[in-house]
Design a binder for this molecule. Structure first.
Ligand SMILES: Cc1cc2nc3c(=O)[nH]c(=O)nc-3n(C[C@H](O)[C@H](O)[C@H](O)COP(=O)(O)O)c2cc1C
Length: 332
């Protein structure tokens, strides 16, 4: 199966993030910084429903952006009907599927889905084989290093290889770690050496120098960017060398303000009511890393009306810089 990205590239993928990477946010990234691959938030299986995939998830799964492959992520286990749910998605036109085998939260880890698959690794290969039989495009897995043991994934690599998946994405933490500590890319490097599949490295990549270092040191085929790309949407361009590798503080704030203005417009088309749009925006502000931006994000979060947020964003665009706007990030 040809990989869903240009094979001459080290692809930079925007990570699936529940609450964040909805179709509106994906469209803004697709129109500005153009990740090489986009993912949906995970699609939950509704085991007892007549149609196992909710209509809202179909809407998300079919909202593609021209020229950028969209991979639909599913979460669930064989007993819960993840194969039947995937069939529903494929019948509606979905091409690429990714299976979440790393989610550390809630019931996922107790029902052998998400990160819970590490409790029953013997179920992985048969489930992926069934999926391989029905997915017309790429089939991939996104996982972690293990449940509580950083070396557990090594034992499961043959199941991925035997089932014929196309690539593997590894967030280099254990499930039990959740987001604590730091991603261990020394293990990513060992996994790359042991695995015959293209491996995409994920975890804590928030700057261009660090991105290049992870690519060079691990030999990974590409990178997946999550929180770092929410805090700094131009991270894709910085890594590609199309934007300064270290943003100037004033210019950075202006770029983020322009990006957030675009998000406000896109969210207003997709979500109903100011409350929902403000809640979505707050999820973005929560990922700012830079101390000055965090303070600004806290002030933005306190605004109770969208007009107040829009006003603060316009002020930031006007006051931050007199330089010409970066290509693709001109005010909407
Ligand atoms: C708010 C949030 C939601 C997430 N939702 C998902 C998800 O739906 N599916 C998934 O595979 N990973 C999910 N993740 C994990 C990210 O895709 C990624 O693996 C993780 O954040 C590590 O990468 P980063 O350090 O670049 O953020 C989520 C992470 C965050 C912070």
């Amino acid at each position: 199966m040809p990989l869903p990205w240009n094979p001459t590239l080290s692809p930079l993928m925007l990570a699936p993030m529940q609450g964040l990477t909805n179709r509106a946010l994906r469209r803004v990234y697709a129109e500005t910084v153009k990740p090489d691959v986009l993912f949906t938030e995970f699609v939950r299986v509704r085991p007892r429903a007549k149609v196992m995939v909710a209509q809202s998830d179909f809407t998300e799964a079919l909202a593609t952006s021209p020229g950028i492959p969209l991979i639909v992520q599913v979460i669930g286990c064989a007993e819960e009907g993840v194969v039947a749910a995937t069939r529903e998605l494929v019948e509606r036109g979905v091409e690429h599927i990714n299976v979440n085998m790393g989610c550390p939260f809630g019931r996922m880890t107790s029902v052998l889905a998400g990160g819970g698959m590490f409790r029953s690794p013997e179920t992985v290969e048969p489930m992926l084989q069934e999926l391989r039989g029905i997915v017309p495009g790429s089939l991939s897995v996104k996982t972690r290093l293990g449940l509580d043991d950083e070396r557990q994934l090594f034992d499961i690599l043959p199941a991925f290889e035997n089932a014929g998946i196309d690539f593997l994405i590894v967030h280099a933490r254990t499930v039990e770690q959740k987001y604590k500590g730091v991603a261990n890319h020394a293990i990513t490097k060992e996994l790359v050496a042991r695995c015959s599949l293209p491996l995409i490295a994920n975890g804590d990549i928030s700057g261009s120098a660090q991105a290049k270092q992870v690519l060079e040191q691990t030999g990974a085929r590409g990178l997946m960017l999550g929180r770092g790309a929410i805090a700094d949407p131009r991270l894709f361009e910085r890594i590609r060398g199309n934007a300064p590798s270290e943003p100037d503080a004033r210019e950075y704030k202006r770029e983020v303000a322009v990006h957030l203005s675009r998000l406000v417009d896109a969210y207003s088309e997709v979500f109903c009511g100011e409350g929902q749009i403000l809640a979505k925006l707050r999820e973005t502000f929560a990922h700012f890393q830079d101390p000055a931006l965090r303070r600004w994000g806290r002030k933005l979060s306190k605004r109770k009306q969208l007009a107040g947020v829009a006003e603060m964003l316009a002020e930031a665009v006007a006051h931050s810089s007199t330089r010409a706007p970066a290509p693709g990030l001109a005010p909407p």
